[in-house]
Design a protein around this ligand. Structure first.
Ligand code: 4AD
Ligand code: MG
Length: 445
């Protein structure tokens, strides 16, 4: 068996004597000779001296290359390097308040790994240009900060569900079923069958709980969204959970718990990134349980009180969600929507059959973060709901079996991961919450 890696004794795979720039900026190497490697972020020369801002995945530090410390030919080559050239630099770390970050490396040696061609991204370029060059733009500080937060969010979701005892379960990406209505299905050319990219893991999860119990997933979902809004992607990452014997209170608690856990982890690991992104750290820090819970009816009254033009039965759009979330200082659960504006699988409320036992969790700036519900358990009601939706129940035969053989109460929800990132980082557009966004007018690079 391979020996277990011990961080005390090893310096990390692939490090080979090089330090992370972050460690220099934390003051851990001052006065010592170090080796760093990365890319040129910025370069400036004053004749006999070149100032290189060197970037690695952990930060940016200034390296000074003095002409008299290098062979003439090498000095000239370093001087001519363009932004994004990759290199290794060796030298002593010194504190210097003029340097960005307060430290610099006084280079005694440098090795050019690759002299970059002229990098196609310069200052102040159009959004379209940056999207065309997304594979290069993800090197930017802004994207790196967001993607760091994103990585924490994914880890926090896994940790939360696993700690709470939920097991990871996978559903197929190719499916003949519409979980969230036929309007946003992406058809796939699948031999002679009508098959689509999945909109949700849920229907398969409802079969999965009979064996595994409480389960969750993180997976891509696809929506052929016609709505070109700043919060819709056609391919997004979806954290979904399905709990056996769970009721509305359980999934409210589980939704609140997940969101608070994500925020807490991001504050713990990425406060610097949040500050640089100009996110509202104070607001995130102020969050705690319980989140307010209001019914759909109450939401309508509150909105009408605020002179919004809504009436009973309307679904909420961006203006309504914006207004509603502005009335609370925490995320807000809206429950008991009219059945007409929610999916076929949601259970009706016993006290009022016109309402469903479901909720949307709404947050400022983004709107709906989570959609969840208790599930209808009776096979006849499920068939009737499908027919009412204009769906062909025969395609759902296998799913209906979950209501034929030991049907049990259960509930679950789905959280849009890019929407969480958008909320945490205060992003104007959801496309920046994902490395390579897919929107109605863009499916490249
Ligand atoms: O409300 P939705 O459509 O619910 C479902 O898919 C359920 N089957 C989930 C479940 O109960 N297992 O989607 C859930 C969440 C939304 O609240 C939103 O955050 C996100 O997914 N979402 C999108 N995110 C980005 N782009 C889109 N086009 C999205 N559509 C939904
Ligand atoms: Mg929804």
């Amino acid at each position: 068996m391979a020996p277990k890696r011990n961080e005390q004794e090893t310096e990390g795979l692939g490090k080979k004597g090089f330090v992370d720039i972050e460690e220099i900026l934390e003051g851990n190497h001052t006065g010592r000779e170090v080796k760093v490697r990365g890319w040129i972020h910025r370069t400036r020369d004053i004749g006999n001296m070149v100032f290189l801002n060197v970037r690695d995945p952990s930060g940016v530090v200034q390296a000074t290359i003095a002409k008299d410390g290098f062979k003439e030919e090498k000095f000239e080559k370093i001087k001519d390097l363009l932004v994004e050239s990759s290199l290794k630099v060796k030298g002593e770390v010194a504190e210097d308040e003029r340097a960005p970050g307060g430290y610099e490396i006084r280079a005694s040696d440098a090795e050019i790994v690759h002299a970059s061609e002229d990098f196609p991204i310069h200052k102040d370029q159009s959004i379209e240009h940056l999207l065309d060059n997304r594979h290069l733009w993800i090197r930017s500080t802004e994207m790196r900060d967001i993607l760091n937060v994103r990585s924490t969010v994914f880890g926090a979701i896994h940790d939360y569900f696993r700690c709470e005892g939920y097991k990871e379960f996978q559903s197929p990406i190719l499916t003949p079923l519409a979980c969230e209505g036929g309007a946003t299905l992406f058809p796939v050319d699948y031999f002679d069958e009508d098959v689509y990219l999945t909109q949700s893991w849920q229907l398969y999860a409802e079969a999965g709980i009979f064996g595994l119990g409480d389960i969750y997933t993180i997976a891509p979902s696809f929506r052929a969204e016609k709505s070109r809004t700043p919060r819709h992607l056609t391919e997004y990452w979806h954290a979904e959970v399905e709990g056996l014997w769970h009721d509305l209170d359980d999934i409210i608690e589980l939704g609140e718990g997940l969101v608070l856990n994500i925020a807490e982890e991001v504050l713990k690991k990425n406060e610097e990134e949040l500050e640089r992104l100009d996110a509202d750290v104070e607001y995130l820090r102020s969050l705690d349980e319980p989140f307010p819970i209001i019914t759909y009816d109450e939401a309508i009254y509150r909105l009408q009180d605020e002179n919004m033009d809504v009436k009973y039965g309307d679904d909420f759009g961006v203006p309504e969600e914006k207004k509603l979330t502005s009335l609370f200082d925490k995320p807000v659960f809206v429950t008991h929507y009219p059945k007409e504006i929610k999916a076929f699988y949601m259970k009706r409320a016993e006290e009022d059959e016109s309402k469903v036992l479901g909720y949307d969790l709404m947050v400022p700036h983004v709107g709906e973060l989570i959609g969840g519900s208790v599930r209808e358990t009776k096979v006849e009601s499920m068939i009737k709901r499908l027919e009412d939706e204009g769906e062909d129940p025969s395609i759902y035969e296998w799913f209906l079996d979950t209501r034929r053989y030991g049907s049990v109460p259960h509930a679950g929800y789905g959280l849009g991961i890019e929407r969480v990132i958008m909320w945490l980082c205060d992003l104007d557009h959801i496309r920046d919450a994902i490395p390579f966004p897919r929107t109605p007018n863009r499916c490249r690079p």
